[in-house]
Design a binder for this molecule. Structure first.
Ligand SMILES: O=C[C@H](O)[C@H](O)[C@H](O)COP(=O)(O)O
Length: 264
């Protein structure tokens, strides 16, 4: 069962942002990227030698992968096997000397660490604004523990509430048809569907050779699970970017410190 942010005090641990600061140190304002790094480093404290690890994708997860590589190099972690969630993370992990495998060989993952685009009060997530949602969902769905790491700008009252995209991975074939089906399905939320482009005037293509249709919502979706299941029933949809009831822990770094929110 999930809990709302306001009800989380008993499950929440507030920690210092910088362990090197004494209690009398003046407050330090961190940049957004520094906050991402703080959350990532905290998550890596959950990693133990011998684990099979899901390696996330994005600017927050990158810090975690860097840290894992650093600890391996220093001999503070051993026998780690990483399962990357994108080609980009795979390249990063290889450059850091992190041994890699895949879900075929390791269908059960001990722990995954990954960022998110939005986190709602029930620890549901939007992911995929970097385009990696399908592999992320496969890997994170195979985890015993999924630790999500965000800076506090990612917290929303409801999924889609940032006004930014809810990404849907679709097959390229007749993507306009699929996009219109999605708009129609979520018309009560004022849904507008747009094909993501690569910034050079061409469609963005995922690691799996698919397109991304970004949904922009004016109103909250009612039942997320029902909506998610209905989205997946549209022929042409490969996966959606709502990660419902998947994160076991969300670590949030903000101006006042870190909160560690555990799913009950
Ligand atoms: O497809 C991208 C992933 O879902 C990312 O984890 C998500 O977009 C968050 O990325 P960032 O940490 O860069 O904000």
């Amino acid at each position: 069962m999930a809990v709302a942010w306001s009800e989380k005090a008993s499950s929440m641990k507030v920690l210092s942002l910088s362990p090197s600061l004494s209690p009398m140190s003046p407050p330090v304002i961190l940049t957004q990227d520094e906050l991402k790094k703080v959350a990532a480093f905290k998550a890596v404290e959950f990693v133990e030698s011998g684990m099979v690890l899901g390696l996330g994708t994005g600017s927050t997860a990158k810090h975690a992968v860097d840290r894992i590589g650093e600890l391996l190099r220093q001999g503070k972690l051993n026998n780690i096997i990483g399962i990357p969630t994108s080609k980009k993370t795979q390249e990063q992990a290889i450059s850091l000397g992190i041994p890699l495998s895949d879900l075929d060989s390791h269908p059960t993952i001990d722990l995954a660490i990954d960022g998110a685009d939005e986190v709602d009060p029930y620890l549901n997530l939007v992911k995929g604004r970097g385009g990696s949602l399908l592999r992320e969902k496969m890997v994170e769905g195979a985890c015993k523990k999924f630790v999500c790491i965000v800076d506090e700008s990612k917290l929303v009252k409801y999924l889609g509430g940032s006004g930014l995209a809810l990404p849907i991975e679709v097959v390229p074939f007749c993507w306009k048809f699929t996009a219109s089906k999605l708009e129609n399905l979520l018309r009560d939320s004022g849904c507008v569907a747009k094909l993501r482009n690569d910034g050079k005037g061409e469609p963005f293509v995922t690691d799996n050779g698919n397109y991304i249709v970004d949904l922009y919502l004016k109103k909250e979706i009612g039942d997320l699970q029902v909506a998610g299941d209905a989205i997946l029933r549209i022929a042409g949809v490969v996966e959606h970017g709502m990660f419902l009831d998947m994160a076991t822990t969300v670590i949030v770094a903000g101006d006042l410190g870190i909160t560690i929110n555990n799913k009950h």
